[in-house]
Write a protein that binds this ligand. Structure first.
Ligand SMILES: *[C@@H]1O[C@H](CO)[C@@H](O)[C@H](O)[C@H]1NC(C)=O
Ligand SMILES: *[C@@H]1O[C@H](CO)[C@@H](O)[C@H](O)[C@H]1NC(C)=O
Ligand SMILES: *[C@@H]1O[C@H](CO)[C@@H](O)[C@H](O)[C@H]1NC(C)=O
Length: 486
């Protein structure tokens, strides 16, 4: 026992020293002329990704039909630090996680918790007076922008842009409905006042009091009145039968998180959604776009009522450990490394894929999970089961990666001078000792390989360096990945 412990201690120390040497060597090796070398590499990676994206067409015979639920809102996008200054919310010395926000002190603590690591977050503000004041303050922040947003709405927009006919479940007022593409049909009751989401964006290196953000991201607050009730579900349910979609996407359910429902209300809504999903034709693929959840009980219900009926899941680097820790340990991780290594993410994906499918084995009514897409700042990774209906995984991973840059830079044309590669020149496929390393090839940047009963593809992201907007990125990226796979 003792020798073993000493042995592993020695190995550990040795490993640390070795990796320090490796880091130093890498630095020394790459420092001179690094930019020249990287620029050439960037151009090659970009043209190869574009080639991979163009390799497959969308809906060569008819436009694919996609139904997307639920919700939509008006996004007010502002510089987060300017808004807090304007609203008189001072930096808090106590970074703290709150499930929901009751007053400006909690807002300051919560922002101080997510801003330094640069982790995406979304919180419900219970106090509508406070929320109203923040919305008012946002109007005076220079550069504030209004746009339509919300997971389902963004995904619907992207699908329509990519050539699909879309049925969108959203409670909308005519203004909201009017800005949607002609290929989007709205299913849902009419509302006078749309829900508003305040999107506090911040660039990498932003300062707030003594805090500095490590990467660009956003902190979203809302005080939704319609979205948590999935108010469009009834109409959506009726129209979906006639619509006969190839794909049904569910997202936006985090609006139910920490919302003050009356007893039993949330359960009833999710039961109804579960019925909708389980009665969906097997010819229709079902995708669930995860979000960050803090309410463990809601996660339990989501697993049973929604995830169990999905063939495909999409999520970011925060949501992956969030769901995984829930499945494995029964607890909720609210903050994880915002820039994880490829090996770490792939291990988490394998485990999630296995755990979800194991649980399904026990329940005959559920589908098997055959697709898992994880989007991170530095790379995209997609698992697709062999023999499943999902096509073109390599091209889909490339498209997801390109969409990340297009969205964040706010332009369909990718400018290499506003992009950088942050993925290393090679990555390990697992944290297990002796795992294979894969070199990033500039002319074939998407690496795909087979494991067990699935294929895994990883593509580097050309990370946008002049951030226009991060919010809605995950939805655009997930939708772009899906559109080539149906
Ligand atoms: C709600 O917010 C307002 C405005 O910031 C504040 O004056 C009030 O105390 C808050 N109410 C509660 C219950 O925290
Ligand atoms: C969750 O539980 C596991 C096992 O009990 C523990 O190792 C982990 O630290 C916990 N995570 C959180 C976020 O509480
Ligand atoms: C992401 O989706 C929104 C809503 O559909 C759209 O306005 C925005 O332009 C999209 N981003 C990209 C890169 O297409």
């Amino acid at each position: 026992m003792a020798t073993e412990a000493i042995g592993s201690f020695y190995l550990m120390k040795c490993g640390t020293v070795l990796s320090i040497i490796a880091v130093l060597l890498a630095y020394w090796y790459r420092a001179p002329g690094q930019d020249v070398h990287l620029d050439g590499r960037l151009d090659a990676v970009l043209s190869s990704l574009l080639r991979a994206e163009r390799k497959v067409g969308i809906g060569s015979f008819a436009r694919p039909r996609v139904a997307v639920g639920f919700g939509g809102c008006v996004d007010i996008v502002v510089d987060g630090v300017s808004l807090l200054d304007k609203a008189g919310v001072l930096p808090s010395d106590r970074p703290l996680h709150h499930d929901f926000i009751e007053d400006s002190e909690q807002l300051a603590q919560s922002f101080a918790y997510f801003f330094p690591p640069g982790a995406a977050s979304e919180r419900f503000v219970v106090n509508s007076t406070l929320f109203g004041k923040l919305v008012e303050a946002s109007r005076g922040v220079p550069g504030n922008r209004w746009s339509v947003g919300g997971n389902a709405l963004v995904m619907a927009g992207r699908m329509a842009t990519e050539g699909c006919d879309v049925l969108l479940g959203v409670s909308a007022n005519p203004d909201l409905a009017n800005v949607l593409s002609g290929h989007v049909t709205v299913a849902g009751n009419r509302v006078e006042e749309p829900d508003i989401h305040l999107v506090l964006e911040y660039p990498s290196g932003a300062k707030w009091g003594r805090y500095t953000s490590r990467r660009a991201n956003r902190y979203i607050i809302h005080s939704d009145k319609h979205n948590p009730y999935l108010a469009s579900m009834g109409d959506f349910e009726q129209k979906i039968r006639g619509f006969q979609p190839d794909l049904l996407i569910i997202g936006g359910l985090q609006m139910m998180d920490s919302f003050p429902f009356k007893k039993g209300e949330r359960e009833a809504l999710l039961r109804r959604l579960s019925q909708l999903l389980s009665s969906t034709s097997q010819d229709t693929g079902v995708h669930f776009e995860m979000a960050s959840f803090v309410d463990g009980l809601l996660l339990v219900e989501l697993m049973e009522r929604v995830v169990a009926h999905a063939d495909s899941l999409g999520m970011n680097e925060q949501e992956l450990p969030n769901l995984l820790s829930h499945l494995r340990d029964g607890n909720v991780t609210v903050l994880s490394d915002p820039s994880p290594r490829v090996a770490t993410v792939l291990d988490q994906m394998r485990e999630l894929y296995r755990l979800v499918n194991e649980r399904r084995g026990k329940s005959p009514s559920s589908r098997s999970l055959t697709r898992l897409h994880v989007h991170t700042l530095a790379f995209q990774a997609i698992i697709v089961a062999h023999g499943s209906q999902w096509k073109n995984t390599m091209s889909a991973t490339a498209k997801a990666s390109l969409t990340a840059n297009r969205h964040v830079c706010g332009s369909p044309d990718i400018n290499p001078s506003k992009a950088k590669l942050i993925l290393d020149e090679s990555f390990s496929v697992s944290r297990r000792e002796g795992s294979q390393r894969i070199m990033l090839q500039e002319t074939r940047p998407v690496s795909c390989w087979d494991e067990d009963d699935y294929e895994l593809c990883v593509a580097p992201v050309l990370v946008c360096t002049e951030v226009h907007q991060t919010a809605g990125g995950g939805d655009n990226i997930s939708a772009a990945g899906l559109v080539l796979q149906i």
